[in-house]
Design a binder for this molecule. Structure first.
Ligand code: CTP
Length: 402
């Protein structure tokens, strides 16, 4: 998504400046070209060499620089930017931008920049809540400057409150949505992700190896492209992607109830979750003791098949199912596509290297309702998420995979 994009990253003087180094690394990894501009105060916290090494480019420091000034530094920086990001942005920078003060390289570049501008403030919570700062934030937003809300937590100054710089991954997600195509505006997606847990007693449960990575990637990619996204997730260790409405559930029956309550006005459903087909017939209220028996037989009950039920609902929403198989991939997936009345099924063979649960990549075969099949090469789950959204958009518009 960021391949070839020019990002000018301004770094102000705040303790969060060290996190900007990680942000540069993530931008470069995502394919962007990054030019870092540091204020004088930023250099008190991190050295330019750190940013130079991570971006692979010289770092811009001075407004009047005899070598760089052949091109009038602030203008050429402003012109080259597809996006200007300032992270961390101090209260001082917000105030200067609102007042139209341009007295160093970063503020002049920010004023000369016609590309979208994203500020990521980080400061003490009392400063963030101060009415002058609130007014500045509101005015900058009115001028069309994007301002990311600071996170809440323990601040470097010892205070607890809002003012922390969000994690670099969250800034990367927002950057992608500012630079990527907005072709899903107007769509409402329901995505399910992760495993379900079926409790046997207060200590034990039945579950599977799903980590939610594929479903979260789809939810994130769709939000980046402008969709409204409802993510119904089983228990996984991942933060909600930026801009996504997260609904946490534990069991298959909870997932079923939540999905049915949310699906009505959704135009697309991606049923990525690995739902447990069975649950223990009886949940013991106390810890089950082992007793003397050499073996234990568990009685299981069928859980509702959520996707099959969605396939029977009236309406013309697009239904995408997933099939993880260990044998007869095409045959099993085609049967599921038909039985659950799907538009598309994403089939992956768990025995193939680089596919399935807990890995960064996936290798899948797409099978469409009209019988067409498409083998996709191994790719990251983020890339696959975008490819699936491309296909879904095309299916939704033309009704065919061709
Ligand atoms: N699914 C569902 N509810 C269930 C079981 C599965 O919604 N109780 C959905 C999954 O989210 C997935 C698709 O159905 O999109 C296929 O799931 P999978 O576990 O591969 O297949 P099953 O239908 O459970 O069939 P089997 O266990 O025979 O492979």
């Amino acid at each position: 998504m960021l391949e070839g994009k020019e990002i000018v990253l301004g770094v102000c003087g705040g303790i969060a400046a060290y996190k900007a180094a990680e942000l540069v690394r993530l931008y470069v990894k995502a394919g962007a070209r990054v030019s870092v501009v540091m204020t004088a105060a930023a250099r008190e916290f991190v050295t330019p060499l750190t940013f130079q090494a991570l971006s692979g480019r010289p770092v811009f420091l001075e407004l009047f620089n005899l070598v760089q000034e052949q091109q009038i530094g602030h203008i050429s920086l402003a012109d080259r930017a597809d996006l200007l990001v300032v992270a961390p942005a101090t209260a001082n920078l917000l105030g200067k931008m609102v007042a139209g003060i341009a007295d160093d390289l970063l503020t002049t570049t920010a004023m000369a920049c016609k590309a979208p501008r994203l500020l990521v403030p980080a400061m003490n919570s009392n400063m963030w809540e101060d009415p002058i700062c609130r007014r500045n934030v509101a005015q900058l937003r009115e001028f069309g400057v994007q301002i990311m809300e600071p996170a809440t937590g323990m601040l470097a100054c010892g205070w607890e409150g809002q003012g922390k710089m969000p994690e670099p991954q969250a800034i990367l997600d927002l950057t992608r949505s500012l630079l990527g195509p907005r072709d899903l505006v107007g769509e409402t997606l329901l995505v399910t992700a992760g495993p379900t847990r079926e409790e046997l007693d207060p200590m034990r449960f039945l579950s599977n190896h799903s980590t939610g990575r594929m479903g979260y990637a789809i939810a994130r990619a769709a939000a980046e492209r402008g969709a409204r996204v409802r993510l119904v997730s089983g228990p996984v260790e991942r933060p909600a992607p930026a801009g996504v409405e997260l609904h946490c559930v534990i069991s298959a029956r909870e997932m079923h109830a939540r999905v049915m309550a949310l699906v009505k006005d959704c135009s697309m459903v991606f049923k990525t979750a690995a739902v447990a087909d069975f649950r223990p017939a009886f949940r013991h209220p106390q810890k089950l003791k082992k007793g003397q028996e050499p073996s234990l037989v568990l009685e299981l009950r069928r859980n509702p098949d959520i996707l099959a039920e969605l396939g029977r609902l009236p309406g013309d929403r697009l239904l995408v199912g997933f099939a993880a198989e260990t044998e007869h991939l095409g045959e099993h997936a085609r049967r599921k596509l038909e039985e659950k009345n799907l538009d598309l099924i994403v089939a992956n063979d768990l025995t193939v290297e680089g596919a399935g649960f807990g890995v960064e990549t996936n290798v899948v075969r797409l099978i469409y309702r009209d019988g067409t099949e498409e083998e996709l090469p191994q790719m990251s789950k983020d890339q696959l998420a975008h490819q699936l959204l491309d296909r879904a958009l095309k299916l939704g518009k033309t009704g065919t995979s061709q």
